[in-house]
Design a protein around this ligand. Structure first.
Ligand code: SF4
Length: 76
């Protein structure tokens, strides 16, 4: 059975959340009987996205509320 885990890609300060948040990617490792298959990257998410949505502060592509704003693409 394939194994799935979330890996941190980059960390940024988000002005909407008021703290550092991480862009994460879902990495899918092949099942044991397919050892030659490389891992695959699935979906992406913001580590703070769930909290942000519940607080009504979501305002970016990762929350699905503003596809024109991606805090992780801003220059540091
Ligand atoms: S979902 Fe978007 S707005 Fe909310 S904390 Fe993450 S980056 Fe910031």
């Amino acid at each position: 059975m394939a194994e799935r885990t979330w890996k941190e890609i980059k960390v940024r300060y988000c002005k909407h959340a008021g703290c550092n948040v991480a862009l994460e990617a879902e990495v899918i490792y092949p099942a044991d009987h397919l050892p030659d298959q490389p891992p695959h990257v699935g979906s992406h998410r913001c580590s703070h996205g769930g909290i942000c949505m519940r607080m009504g502060e979501a305002a970016c592509i990762w929350a699905g509320t503003n596809p024109a704003y991606d805090p992780f693409q801003e220059l540091e």
